[in-house]
Write a protein that binds this ligand. Structure first.
Ligand SMILES: [Zn+2]
Length: 432
């Protein structure tokens, strides 16, 4: 007997009227009509079934700490880092675990089942590292948490940071992080990229650096990151997060840089909610948007994901773990309004970050993990437009969260009834 059978689903690639059979935690079959008994059957009713959302860039050690000990007044990255520095001495293992577990509950409710979180390693107690390793263990049955050893105050600038970072990796942190633009000089930034990529090469690990999160067009650490990736043979294992300086760079220089990134197979993560909020703060008018060049990177074949980065922390007071909100903002900031471009924004919070994290068995195909989300939308574009309700979230063939459909009950003269915010017309197929 099947564990779970979904009937009449639309898939993100455009297939419609599809049945999905799940058994032993995996997708067993995908076909137009599947016969067979199942412990549970869900009628998708022509709505979208997607692989789960994936967040390629988050800070789970800081999440839900908004207002402790105070609020960021300037809204800048630098005040956020200073505020985090004030908060750090007050952190406890229990408080970090509790906040992170709460956030993971929110994530599951939103169909977000894999998160790459940076964890600050500059505190020699490694309190946050130990807390998030504990969280990773606790949530493993339902959420993949990948940790990045992140030297928030600079691996060279902060005394003991490199040693702490190595100890974190020894404890089981998965990925090597960095923050070259926060080192004291451009030269130190470049040196930090060399040291950290060499460390990753020695240990066979992936790399994900906060890179050039600045409006300074001369912040070019992404060039060094691509160079070291190429030199050390780390192709396909290195990610540049933020890359906001690329927004302000000279076009001629970018025309050389993007092919270097493509050659080294360096991926990129933009964080639209945070980039549009934090960048451009030193501008008067016109104010720069500050997000990296997403359409141009995609056109060069470079994988680009959208990350959430922050939820209710020293840098950002909003957010709810909704990757459709992230995609919605990314779409707007990058002006990716074409039909194909909007579908690319959906991939930027699903399959692209899954590939960047190296998640095995991700997708909707026989043999893949039976991890799926049923959305109250017909296709990826409608899902983004509505930030669609996650009607059911499935992990390894079992429903782990359900949310009632968003339907308004109208009490208008002559219009009383229900409306679901969707256009039901079958004539709605739109081509670019
Ligand atoms: Zn970050």
């Amino acid at each position: 007997m099947l564990d779970l059978l979904i009937n009449n689903a639309n898939l993100p690639d455009g297939r419609a009227g599809i049945d999905i059979a799940m058994q032993d935690g995996r997708v067993a079959e995908i076909a137009a009509h599947i016969q067979g008994a199942a412990r549970e059957t869900i009628d998708a009713g022509g709505q979208l079934v997607s692989p789960p959302f994936v967040d390629a860039h988050f800070h789970m050690d800081a999440t839900l700490s908004f207002g402790i000990p105070r609020v960021n007044q300037s809204g800048t990255l630098l005040e956020g880092i200073a505020l985090w520095g004030e908060l750090k001495p007050q952190l406890t293992f229990e408080a970090i675990v509790e906040r992170a577990m709460t956030y993971c509950d929110w994530a599951v409710g939103k169909g977000l089942l894999a998160i790459r979180s940076h964890v600050d390693v500059c505190d020699p107690r490694l309190l946050a590292v130990e807390a998030l390793l504990e969280v990773k263990k606790r949530v493993a049955p339902y959420l993949d948490l990948q940790l990045v050893a992140f030297p928030q105050d600079g691996v060279l600038r902060s005394p003991g940071a490199l040693d702490n970072l190595k100890r974190s990796l020894d404890l089981g942190v998965d990925v090597v992080g960095g923050i070259p633009h926060f080192e004291r000089t451009m030269a130190d930034g470049a040196d930090s990229v060399r040291i950290l990529t060499e460390l990753a090469a020695q240990r066979g690990l992936r790399v994900d650096m906060h890179c050039d999160e600045t409006d300074d067009p001369l912040s070019r650490h992404i060039e060094t990151l691509a160079y070291q990736t190429q030199r050390l043979g780390l192709h396909g294992r290195v990610n540049g997060s933020h890359l906001t300086s690329m927004h302000s760079m000279d076009n001629y220089y970018v025309s050389k840089l993007i092919p270097l990134m493509a050659e080294a197979r360096v991926s990129a993560v933009a964080n639209p909610l945070i980039n549009i909020t934090i960048q451009g703060r030193h501008d008067t008018y016109p104010k720069r948007r500050g997000m990296t060049r997403v359409p141009e990177l995609l056109a060069a074949g470079i994988p680009v994901a959208f990350g959430h980065d922050c939820v209710m922390d020293p840098w950002y007071s909003l957010g709810s773990g909704d990757m459709l909100e992230v995609a919605h903002m990314g779409l707007h900031v990058a002006q990716m309004t074409g039909q194909d471009a909007m579908r690319a924004c959906f991939r930027a919070v699903t399959e692209t970050p899954a590939a960047i994290l190296g998640i095995e068995g991700y997708g909707i195909a026989p043999g893949c993990n039976a991890d799926l989300v049923l959305l109250q939308a017909r296709d990826p574009i409608e899902a983004i437009r509505l930030r669609a309700t996650r009607l059911a979230v499935i992990r390894r063939g079992k429903v782990i969260s359900r949310t009632p459909a968003a339907i308004a009950a109208l009490e208008l003269p002559g219009r009383a009834g229900e409306t679901s915010f969707r256009i039901e017309s079958k004539q709605r197929q739109i081509k670019d």
